[in-house]
Design a protein around this ligand. Structure first.
Ligand SMILES: [Zn+2]
Length: 483
């Protein structure tokens, strides 16, 4: 079972950003940005790209505030700003000609990322608030524009909704009207780079298109100036229910992680129904897919869910521990894949390997990082379900059609081989799915706390059957004949 499912379910429109406590491992550049920090990747990337700099003396100042002028500089640099850009005449009396940030503010203003505080004031030295920053990244990402100001009870309601939908709030929590910290700013600007599809990370020999995978974005196009234009795929009126006072909250439920969790928790009570993919749908996906035709040079990351002990241990039931079962299946899957010509990397190298014992999120993030850094082509996370139920389900990251296709192949093969109930292919925004750069899935093999399912999970022959079924699914997905 995924840890996030077990977490208390709390719905909030106003949330407080959490910052990981410093620990022994620090980032390569900033002494106050530990590698375990949720915003580490964002800061690392943005500082390497020259989008955002440190505060000097090797510190980044993640908890410091950001002025509106500074934010314009970050956002402009993240969106193809050129030093040769010539500022337009701004209507703001408080942005004097020659101000260090004039060209950045001009760039953001003329590209529609920002308006002033009023027709003639910009307040460049004021701290930017969380919702102001979100509005600007929504506009800069091309997933919304000024018209969103009219959607919802507050000027920012529409922006928050859209930001949530397009994963712009990944790793941050918005506290309305509070200053955005530098960690917050780094994270949302980084998220916006992923949404606008410009993030090409080269890992080893593999060029990985981060933006094209796990973000639920609409289609955007690149203009001659290199900026993303408004995307299709978002219609405010489709999601807004003006008669509902808590419509923002409902929308969060519908698109956000909390809703996914809530649906799962409440599956039996039928209060909410999971938008379940029918097997017909999966068959259609599979039949329309064109496989690549070779396992040559293809690297598969196998992620045996959970740690042996410490943080992030798995579910238990019927004398079994999830973290052991997932490893048993994974260690059987590895040779199956190798026999079929694939290369394999495991996120746990032995049954006792704890990926990270800093925290659950550090453990999950490290798994994704292992896959990303190794340049893996596919990611398979193996888990056992819990909560009283039966059957097999496969998750892909909400919004990733590629991963959905991959998941459909695995689900079909595992159900056919194991014979337990087909619970379908489902979407969720689990950390290992949303933080991996390649087609990724999370297989819930069966329910460890249901005796009949546990009997399957605990049987080494059936574990082998799972391994073969997953390998067959991967071969089929890749267009390789299973040996
Ligand atoms: Zn699990």
């Amino acid at each position: 079972m995924h840890k996030q499912i077990m977490a208390a379910v709390v719905f909030m429109t106003v949330m407080i950003m959490t910052i990981a406590a410093p620990c022994a491992v620090f980032g390569k550049e900033f002494s106050d940005v530990p590698i375990t920090a949720s915003y580490y990747k964002a800061v690392d990337r943005l500082s390497n790209d020259g989008v955002i700099q440190g505060r000097g003396d090797g510190v980044f100042g993640p908890s410091d505030n950001t002025t509106r002028a500074e934010f314009c500089a970050f956002l402009a640099r993240a969106n193809n700003f050129s030093e040769t850009y010539t500022a337009v005449t701004l209507p703001f009396t408080d942005v004097k000609s020659g101000n260090w940030a004039e060209s950045y503010i001009s760039y953001c203003y003329s590209n529609g990322y920002v308006n002033g505080m009023s027709a003639d004031t910009f307040s460049p030295s004021s701290n930017i608030t969380c919702e102001q920053a979100v509005k600007m990244v929504v506009c800069a990402s091309g997933v919304g524009d000024e018209s969103l100001s009219n959607v919802g009870p507050k000027w920012y309601s529409g922006y928050l909704n859209v930001a949530k939908k397009y994963n712009l709030l990944d790793g941050v929590e918005v506290e309305v009207s509070k200053p955005a910290t530098r960690a917050f700013v780094a994270q949302v600007v980084y998220n916006s780079m992923l949404v606008s599809g410009e993030d090409k990370t080269t890992v080893g020999d593999h060029a990985v298109d981060v933006g094209g995978n796990n973000s639920g974005k609409g289609t955007s196009s690149i203009t001659s100036t290199g900026n993303t234009t408004a995307s299709t795929g978002y219609e405010p009126e489709e999601i807004w229910e003006p008669s509902q006072e808590d419509a923002v909250w409902k929308y969060y439920q519908y698109y956000g992680e909390d809703y996914e969790q809530y649906m799962k928790e409440d599956e039996d009570s039928q209060t909410y129904t999971t938008p379940d993919s029918s097997s017909d749908d999966e068959d259609d996906i599979i039949s329309s897919y064109v496989p690549k035709g070779s396992s040559d040079g293809i690297l598969i990351a196998i992620d045996p869910g959970h740690n042996y002990n410490g943080v992030d241990t798995g579910a238990t039931g019927n004398g079994l521990r999830e973290q052991d079962i997932t490893y048993y299946i994974a260690e059987k899957l590895k040779p199956e894949l190798e026999r079929n010509g694939f290369n394999v990397i495991m996120t746990r190298n032995s049954i006792k390997d704890n990926v990270s014992n800093e925290s659950v999120s550090a453990s999950l993030n490290r798994r994704a990082e292992i896959a990303n850094r190794s340049g893996a082509d596919l990611f398979v996370s193996i888990h056992c379900n819990a909560g009283g139920g039966t059957g097999i389900e496969t998750y892909y990251c909400t919004g990733s059609e590629t991963s959905k296709t991959f998941a459909s192949f695995i689900q079909k093969n595992v159900v056919s081989e194991i014979g337990l109930r087909n619970r379908g292919v489902k979407s969720a925004r689990y950390a290992v799915l949303r933080n991996t750069n390649m087609p990724a899935l999370l297989l819930e093999t069966a329910f460890i706390d249901t005796a009949s399912d546990a009997a399957v999970l605990g049987d080494p022959d059936r574990q082998q059957a799972y391994a073969e079924a997953i390998a067959k699914g991967i071969c089929e997905y890749m267009g390789v004949e299973y040996k």
